[in-house]
Design a protein. Structure first.
Lengths: 326, 299
């Protein structure tokens, strides 16, 4: 009986001891590896200043911001900032545009990257393969500012090469900068143009990783090259494809801001079909200094993005644990 | 693979399939290249031929007028080059050093809280406060407008690159090597500087290319945080010249009154601003490829 209470006491004491050990362990750990932790300090300071403090500033979405009081001193105003964003229909419009464009981008990017990768893998002349790949990488290296010049070069109404080609075929010139539907093709085209080199390397790496014995066995069984592509390569690329698409979906609320801002700018005619969340935030900040709008839309985007990433990651996790982000 | 493809071609020689393969890859590659050709052709065309016949795949009338117009008043461009080179060199070096150092800390097994530290960094890619607080915090509280600091610090780190570096170090610096160095009396910092850093060179080259590109192509930070001429990097200068409203303003002092080329000027300006990348491209593209693939192994 005595012994039993004794042991019970002890078991009750044990966790407390453990806790003390843990806190002691924490400080001891910091001291023991102090050099290593010190080496982490620069990046920690950077991310606290450039990411975590602005992150806390998200409360601005619920405040009536004024310069004098700053982000944290301004008075609260509940959901007032969100009111205009949602009531005006802007919320629906930019969300729709952002999602539509991103879905088109992701679909085209995936399709073209895989196609390019599959056919590059089939090419046997090394010089051709190298040269073609170099040409595909080139667009990745230039900025969207430069792309603006390209687009001007091609699509300009008076001097653009597209209208000159149409002219050569005796077709009438088209005014691309004031016709909205063209941009549903131009923007995805440019997106693919810029990213296909990058994407093809990703998928090519996956193709090279496929066990060659499978191909050899298929060849012996009489499969031709087309059959080997459709029956072996494509099915085996599926895991990579699914992971990359899911990860891409995680970014669906964020846009290729550089591209939209550079190419469309403040073109009023195209605004309704090409205004994405990022450009709306940027404009409310740059042009009109509408901090209420900018911060509430930013909040909306951040929260939605986090939710979507968590969901996408959950799907990746279910599909292939190894590939999950966290 | 080579062995296998050789056998394949014997087994099923299909000229049609081969032709289609070369055609598809060739077309994609060609489409990627064409805008560059048209750009360069346009920049070397005479203004009058462009006004008369528009742009074409080759210069209809060869002329250096646009370049002459640019280099008549080279001050803006030289200043742009100076700023861009400064930002790219300083930014990339500092970024690479600190990123690798961080990756090294996250790699060391002795660091008990390494996964918490990694998540501390990673979380910033999942969630952010949006542009408005970021802008206000940097400009109003930290007074970083119109400083080199903001241009260098703004785009400095990419968490993904740090994680890629970590997995690279994991793969190329075996644990026992670190152990034996420790037994021999090397400190943690020394192990990093003399062992891990040199062994990470291939990854540093790749990540360096991506980081340098991010700096060179960054116009956004300058647009957000600067309005002083001496701080304008090349890409932002190009942006200002291309956006048509500013074009007239920016050029009025140099160009319009001299009756100089306008259309070809834009293109020549683009060529001048993009030139260094195109020149360096052949040397760095292999690091570009290896960068994507080390990222893909475990990204």
């Amino acid at each position: 009986m005595d012994l039993a209470t004794e042991t019970r006491k002890q078991t009750r004491i044990v966790p407390r001891d453990d806790e003390r050990l843990k806190t002691g362990g924490f400080i001891r750990e910091l001291i023991r590896n102090r050099i290593l932790y010190l080496m982490f300090v620069p990046i920690a300071v950077y991310f606290i200043i450039f990411a975590y403090i602005p992150m806390a500033g998200i409360v601005m979405a619920f405040k009536d911001f004024n310069y004098r009081s700053g982000i944290f001193g301004s008075p609260w105003n509940g959901f007032d900032n969100f009111h205009y964003f949602f009531v005006s229909g802007k919320a629906l419009l930019v969300t729709r545009n952002t999602v539509i464009y991103n879905v088109i981008f992701l679909t085209c990017y995936t399709a073209f990257s895989i196609t390019a990768a599959i056919f590059i893998a089939e090419i046997q002349k090394k010089w051709f393969k190298k040269m073609a790949q170099s040409m595909m990488f080139l667009p990745y290296f230039i900025s969207w500012v430069t792309v603006t010049a390209f687009v001007y070069n091609f699509l300009n109404y008076e001097y653009g090469i597209v209208n000159k080609i149409l002219d050569a075929f005796h077709l009438s010139a088209i005014d691309i900068y004031s016709t909205t539907w063209y941009w549903y093709f131009i923007l995805p085209f440019l997106y693919v143009w810029k990213w296909v080199g990058y994407g093809s390397v990703l998928y090519l790496a996956a193709i090279v990783g496929i066990d060659q014995e499978i191909y050899e066995a298929a060849t012996i069984d009489g499969a031709n090259r087309l059959q080997r592509i459709t029956r072996i390569t494509i099915p085996l690329l599926k895991p990579t494809m699914i992971i990359l698409i899911l990860l891409g979906l995680g970014r669906i609320m964020r846009g290729e801001f550089d591209m939209f801002y550079q190419l469309i700018g403040n073109n009023g005619t195209l605004m309704d079909t090409t205004d994405i969340i990022d450009t709306l935030v940027f404009r409310s900040l740059q042009g009109s200094l509408d901090f209420g709008m900018a911060s509430s839309v930013g909040f909306y985007q951040s929260v939605l993005t986090l939710a979507i990433i968590l969901f996408a990651n959950y799907l990746v996790r279910r599909y292939d644990k190894e590939q999950a982000l966290f | 693979m080579k062995d296998m493809t050789a056998r394949n071609s014997k087994l099923d020689r299909s000229p049609l399939f081969t032709t289609v393969t070369y055609l598809i890859v060739g077309i994609i590659a060609f489409v990627c290249l064409v805008p560059f050709i048209v750009l360069i052709a346009g920049s070397f065309s005479s203004e009058s031929s462009v006004l008369k016949e528009g742009f074409w795949f080759w210069p209809r009338e060869l002329s250096l007028d646009a370049y002459r117009a640019i280099f008549r008043y080279p001050h803006d461009i030289l200043s742009g080059y100076r700023v861009s080179i400064l930002l790219t060199v300083v930014g990339t070096s500092v970024s690479l050093f600190i990123s690798t150092m961080t990756a090294y800390v996250l790699y060391r097994k002795e660091v008990k809280y390494r996964s918490a530290l990694a998540f501390f960094l990673f979380f910033t890619t999942l969630f952010n406060g949006g542009l408005a607080p970021y802008y206000l915090w940097l400009s109003k509280n930290l007074h970083l407008q119109n400083t080199y600091s903001v241009l260098i610090l703004g785009p400095m780190f990419n968490v993904l690159f740090i994680l890629i570096l970590r997995s690279f170090i994991r793969g190329s610096v075996p644990e026992p090597l670190v152990e034996s160095a420790k037994i021999d009396g090397a400190g943690d910092l020394r192990i990093f500087l003399q062992m891990v850093l040199p062994l990470s060179k291939p990854a540093l080259a790749s990540i360096g290319v991506f980081t340098a590109l991010a700096y060179w192509n960054d116009w956004w930070t300058a647009l957000m945080f600067t309005n002083k001429d001496y701080l304008i990097p090349l890409q932002y200068l190009l942006y200002k010249m291309l956006s048509s409203i500013n074009l007239s303003a920016a050029m009025s002092q140099h160009v319009t009154n001299l009756d100089q080329p306008k259309e070809t000027f834009k293109l020549a300006m683009t060529v001048v601003a993009t030139g260094p990348i195109i020149v360096l491209f052949p040397f760095v593209q292999k690091y570009f490829v290896s960068g994507i693939t080390i990222g893909a192994v475990k990204g």
